[in-house]
Design a protein around this ligand. Structure first.
Ligand code: NAP
Length: 280
């Protein structure tokens, strides 16, 4: 059996749709990953073969003022899962982030590149990686700029703002790869299926700035919105973010024979699914 933790979250929902076979999903009401007892009780009862951990404290700016909670959930919580998966001989699949990098390299980051998180969120996710690496049979999947159905994300924020105003400023000096949770879920499924272990990068192909991404979202939605470029310094958010955090996904292609579709095509598919589901 495959167990998805954080199954009601944005990525968790798509994983529940995509993972094949006997799959069970749990969330905060069934398991608190910060509690070793809660984790051990559930895993020893269910005895899954694979545990995919999507549970996390994902509010990047919120983490800056809640350091202790971020470290507990994103770091020690993974340590609890690693100990319990080790005890039952299960594989731990841990989701991580491009925010473990400082964004100064200037070319896409490989799995072995030096990490240097700029934010509390990035530090807490890095601690989670270390916990998984040290204590369990693990597969760490780093990804970035996620959007998907039922989640709080950039695409949904832009579409909401489109109904409220006629112009918007969006940062144009952060570069990454917007990634659809459905495509990422397929990649995770392939990595598990191919018995991959260690660390992998997985994101939709191609790169853009948030400014370019916003323009594409409004274009796909057929909405007239004036998008103005803004710098990260002007936006002045609590958490520092890497300016160039593109992930090199060549290892995923090499080991699992998979290349995710381009971010623009993925966005188009997502928007089509949205309108089929009656969302505007
Ligand atoms: N979103 C992105 O752009 C992005 C980018 C790179 C990597 N990631 C990583 O990808 C993974 C999935 O992200 P996501 O955006 O799908 O997350 P999400 O939508 O925020 O879902 C996380 C889920 O975990 C649950 N949770 C929080 N604390 C928990 C705890 N102590 N015990 C058990 N469950 C708990 C949350 O419940 P509540 O909602 O009730 O708190 C929520 O259902 C995370 O590891 C994240 O760090 C995300």
């Amino acid at each position: 059996m495959l167990l998805v933790i954080g199954a009601k979250g944005m990525l968790g929902r798509d994983l529940m749709r995509v993972l094949p076979g006997d799959v069970r999903g749990v969330d905060i009401e069934d398991i608190d990953i910060t509690s070793p007892e809660s984790v051990r009780r559930l895993l020893l009862t269910l005895k899954p073969r694979v545990v995919v951990n999507c549970a996390a404290y994902t509010d990047v700016d919120g983490c800056e003022s809640n350091t202790e909670l971020a470290m507990r959930v994103n770091g020690e919580g993974v340590g609890n899962l690693a100990a319990a998966t080790r005890e039952i001989g299960a594989l731990l699949v841990q989701l991580s982030t491009d925010y473990v990098f400082d964004g100064t390299k200037g070319t896409p980051y490989g799995e072995d590149d030096e990490v240097n998180p700029l934010s509390v969120y990035g530090k807490s996710k890095l601690l989670g990686e270390e916990m998984a690496r040290k204590n369990s049979e693990h597969l760490i999947v780093r990804t970035q700029w996620l959007y998907g159905h039922g989640g709080k994300n950039f695409v949904e924020t832009m579409l909401r703002l489109a109904g409220e105003r006629k112009d918007i400023a969006v940062v144009d000096d952060q570069i990454g790869s917007p990634t659809w949770t459905l495509d990422l879920s397929l990649a995770i499924s392939e990595l598990i299926d191919n018995n991959c272990r260690g660390t992998y990068h997985a994101a939709n192909r191609g790169t853009c700035s948030w400014f370019e991404f916003a323009g594409a979202i409004f274009e796909e939605a057929g909405v007239a919105m004036a998008v103005r470029p803004q710098t990260t310094a002007e936006l002045n958010r609590p958490a520092r973010r890497p300016l160039f955090s593109v992930l090199d996904c060549g290892k995923l292609t090499h080991d699992a024979g998979l290349e995710l579709e381009g971010w623009r095509e993925a966005l188009k598919s997502y928007m089509e699914r949205r309108s089929e589901a009656g969302l505007s």
